[in-house]
Design a protein around this ligand. Sequence first.
Ligand SMILES: *Cc1c(COP(=O)(O)O)cnc(C)c1O
Length: 222
Amino acid sequence: MDIAKKISEIKQTLPEEVKLVAVSKTKPNEDIMVAYSSGHKVFGENKVQDLTKKYEELPKDIEWHFIGHLQRNKVKYIAPFVYLIHGVDSVKLLKEINKQGAKNKRIISCLLQFHIAEEETKFGLSVEEAKELLSSEQYKAFENIQIKGVMGMATYTENESQVAKEFRMLKNIFNTLKNEYFSDTKDFCEISMGMSDDYSLAVKEGSTMVRIGSKIFGARNY
Ligand SMILES: *Cc1c(COP(=O)(O)O)cnc(C)c1O
C-alpha cells in the first residue's frame, strides 16, 4: 500500500476547491508521516485520546480535523489546537466548545452534523433542530465558535441513487441555512460529505470536503 501514491491519485480526481481530509484513525504515526512527507498536511481523527496523542507527537503544522462524536467533557483536550470540529449536533456541545475557545483565546470552527442516512444509529441534527439552535439567544451570544457549514454521512449501501439522494439532501440543508442564517457572510461555506466508498458521488452533489481513510491507509483493524 503506497500511501503517498494513493493520496496523489485521489487528489487528481478531486476538483481543486475540494479539500481532502486524510482520515488516519487507528493508523500509526509512521503512516501519517509518509503522507506528511509527500506534502499532505490535513488529517482527521475520531477519538479525542488518539488525536491529542498524535498532535503531541507529530509536526505542529498539521491541520487536525475532529470527525467523531465529541463528548462535552473532552472538548478541553482538543480546544487548544483543533482546526475544525465536524460533528456538532447540540447547543450544549457548542456551548462547551465556545467556553473552551474562550479559555484558549481562539475561535473554534465547527460544522453542524445532520442526520441524512436511513440508519438510526448515526448522530446528527434534523433541520428543525438546527433552526432552533441557530435562532436561539444562547447561540447568538457565542463569541468563540464559528459555524462554517454542514457535515453528514450517507447510508452504507450499494444503492448509489439512495446515497446521491442523501447527499443532495445535505446540500439542500446547507442552502436553506445559508439563506436563512448566513446570507451576510462568506464563512458558511463547507459541506463535509464523502468517504472512501462514496466520495465521487459526494463531489458530484456539491461536497467541499471529503473524509477519506481506508482508501488511503488501507483497511483498519480495530
Ligand atoms: C472513519 C470515518 C471516515 C473515513 O472512512 P473510510 O470509509 O475509511 O474512508 C469518514 N468520516 C467519518 C466520520 C469517519 O468516522
